[in-house]
Design a protein around this ligand. Structure first.
Ligand SMILES: OC[C@H]1O[C@H](O[C@H]2O[C@H](CO)[C@@H](O)[C@H](O)[C@H]2O)[C@H](O)[C@@H](O)[C@@H]1O
Length: 648
């Protein structure tokens, strides 16, 4: 029987709207909306359920994790007995989500945000201690939701069912003392959140619940607070002011950027808002994605925790934001790098916790089913103590870019620079796990050597800027040596750069060759490599990192096409003069975005289905670079002048 035609259905409260038996109970990854307060993030399913939230910071244990297991907690606000909204969008220029509902009796609009308000000294607890100077705005550690009936009338429901510690521990609710508008949720110990609402809240076991018939023009609100004072708005007016201030924060931030007047500006702005939303304001760190263990293969084992700061991901992010004129994040992250505790040999770890933590040991959460059964669900990340020699180049490139653009030549950073260059010198000849963090035997990955060349090249430029000419010459000489070895050992018989020195297999990380200016864009080896990847390392025109059957990555199963690689291909095609092909690929990739213009890490090439953690910084930063490549190319020679498919 169709549950929506069944009169008895309304009387049977369920925490989440049921889907038909043939459908997955999980929404498609691409259907989630992303909220952020630059401390933590939330994912909201189309039916209005918050299915992912880790307060107070990105890497904390979740209280809502229905995205990883249908019984691991969620928080729904929406019409009763209806699961599919009429439309969803972000309020332009913000990370505030607006969902519109057309029920049989009336129209509703729900607004959701993690509130960013004016700085308030009294609510900042130790858990959010700032090492970066606070700005005028700060997370208020509260999720605010409003619901308005704009036409007719409709029955609405609120169902808040947290589960502490990634779904392991049911919540206990109790009335907040002396406060008829609030109920408190505890873990039976110290942890506590408060739900405040002008709806009449009832407690049903682990679930706080409310129902109400909303009339035309009427708005109600609810707020879930985990701030130190457990405070939040107390009225619709206060809730709307909180949303207004949040909107001012996002719009003010975006207004500092320089966005071309172009039909793809919306994609650039959404990507910038995602990247900003993945930054952790107190320290300047950035997470690679908001989630853990959304699968890279349906039902597979390639499930990782991305709620940490990879040097590589973060430094690539900075250059993407920089190309849009957004620079504060680079300043903050560079100070995070300077603060980061280095290994005994002076090297930076390849990744850190967002508070600078070094030990990110990996565990599996056996009690969770995983998204559509994809197990294990992991927290922590075993790659944290791997040797990945590209990291020196990634860091040096972004320090060089920052110094070049802003003339900063910070005394504080010079020891970091020297140490990273020295480590690149000491390790560039050694095999490593590579940019893709392969879990097989270490190899002489070509792209790792390439990034060591970047470390020495940028190091030499930085030394020169400091007047250290002898050191610059010494580093330049080693850069030349690395360059020569790559050109000798990293190229196959047909003049294509290979994955590592002992194979002819292709690897998409070699698309970085033209992007980091290793060789001129018209060098035949660069051209051959870009075209070989475009023709041979693609599925339906979208790029794989590598072929799993040719690569010892220590894992089983397939993986989808990697979106960062597909966007890199756009940039690389434009670099080698394949203008039409690059532009068409970019257009196609943009058409594959989620309904809210977000991207996961991978796409299943046959279906366009998004896979992997979500939203993913790698994809959004590469989108910015690719789109900017296309726009600059169009400015340089208008599209109408491009007569042939291959314009080189
Ligand atoms: O392929 C196996 C590895 O997959 C993850 O790494 C990927 O994500 C990182 C964060 O975005 C990125 O820096 C890296 O280049 C990607 O390959 C996972 O984090 C690893 O633990 C895993 O070995």
């Amino acid at each position: 029987m169709d549950p929506f035609m069944d009169d008895s259905f309304e009387a049977d409260p369920t925490p989440f709207v049921e889907r038909l038996p043939t459908q997955s109970p999980f929404p498609p990854i691409a259907d989630y909306g992303f909220l952020s307060d630059c401390h933590t993030a939330a994912l909201v399913a189309p039916d209005g359920t918050v299915e992912w939230l880790c307060p107070p910071r990105f890497d904390a244990p979740s209280v809502f994790a229905a995205i990883l297991d249908r019984s691991a907690g969620g928080f729904r606000l929406g019409p009763s007995s209806m699961g599919v909204p009429a439309g969803r969008r972000y309020e332009p220029g913000t990370n505030i989500l607006e969902t519109t509902w057309m029920t049989p009796t009336g129209w509703l609009v729900v607004r959701d945000a993690l509130v960013i308000g004016h700085w308030r000294e009294r609510t900042q607890g130790a858990a959010t201690a700032h090492t970066r100077p606070p700005t005028d705005f700060e997370a208020h550690h509260v999720l605010v939701r409003t619901i308005t009936c704009i036409h007719g009338q409709a029955q609405i429901e609120l169902l808040c069912e947290p589960m502490w510690d990634y779904g392991a521990l049911p919540a206990t609710w109790e009335r907040a003392e002396g406060d008829p508008m609030a109920v408190d949720c505890t873990d039976g110990g110290e942890r506590r959140m408060r739900l405040i609402s002008d709806l009449r809240l009832g407690i049903e076991g682990g679930c706080a619940r409310a129902r109400h018939r909303l009339e035309t023009g009427e708005t109600r609100f609810c707020a879930l607070s985990w701030s130190r004072l457990l405070d939040g708005p107390r009225s619709v007016l206060e809730a709307e002011i909180a949303l207004q201030t949040t909107s001012e924060f996002w719009r003010g931030w975006l207004a500092d950027g320089k966005f071309p007047d172009h039909r793809w500006r919306g994609h650039l702005q959404r990507s910038a808002l995602v990247l900003k939303g993945l930054t952790y304001a107190p320290t300047g760190a950035m997470v690679a994605a908001a989630t853990t263990s959304l699968p890279e293969t349906p039902g597979g084992e390639r499930n990782w925790d991305y709620r940490y700061t990879w040097m590589r991901d973060a430094t690539f992010t900075l250059s993407a934001l920089n190309s849009l004129g957004l620079n504060w994040e680079a300043d903050d992250f560079i100070q995070f790098v300077a603060d980061a505790e280095r290994n005994a040999d002076g090297s930076l770890q390849i990744m850190y916790g967002i508070g600078g933590e070094r030990d990110l040991h990996e565990q599996t959460l056996e009690h969770l089913s995983g998204y559509e059964g994809a197990r294990p669900v992991r927290i922590g990340n075993g790659a944290h103590d791997q040797r990945q020699n590209d990291v020196y180049g990634a860091v040096l490139d972004s320090l060089y870019l920052h110094t070049k653009e802003y003339g900063h030549n910070s005394q504080r950073l010079w020891p970091v620079i020297e140490d990273q260059v020295r480590r690149a010198i000491e390790t560039w000849r050694l095999p490593d796990q590579g940019i893709w963090e392969a879990r097989g035997e270490p190899k002489h990955y070509t792209s790792s050597k390439l990034m060591c060349w970047v470390a020495l090249d940028r190091g030499a430029r930085l030394a020169s800027r400091r007047g250290k000419d002898a050191l610059a010459d010494e580093w330049r000489e080693i850069a030349n040596e690395i360059h020569a070895e790559i050109c000798e050992k990293g190229v196959d018989g047909r003049g294509v750069f290979t994955q590592h020195y002992d194979t002819d297999a292709l690897d998409a990380s070699n698309l970085l060759m033209p992007l980091v200016r290793f060789l001129p864009h018209d060098d035949p080896r660069v051209r051959n490599t870009v075209l070989a990847i475009a023709d041979e390392l693609t599925e339906n025109g979208l790029v794989l990192r590598y072929k799993v059957e040719e690569t010892d990555d220590g894992l089983s199963g397939e993986e989808g096409t990697f979106l960062i690689c597909s966007f890199w291909l756009v940039s690389a095609l434009l670099e080698i003069g394949e203008r039409t092909r690059g532009r068409q690929l970019c257009e196609r990739l943009l058409s594959l975005s989620s309904p809210l213009d977000l991207y996961a890490e991978e796409l299943e090439a046959a279906t366009g289905r998004h896979l992997g953690n979500f939203p993913q910084a790698f994809t959004h930063l590469a989108l910015i670079n690719a789109v900017m490549h296309v726009i600059r190319d169009e400015e340089h020679a208008p599209v109408s002048e491009t007569a042939h498919p291959h314009d080189h």
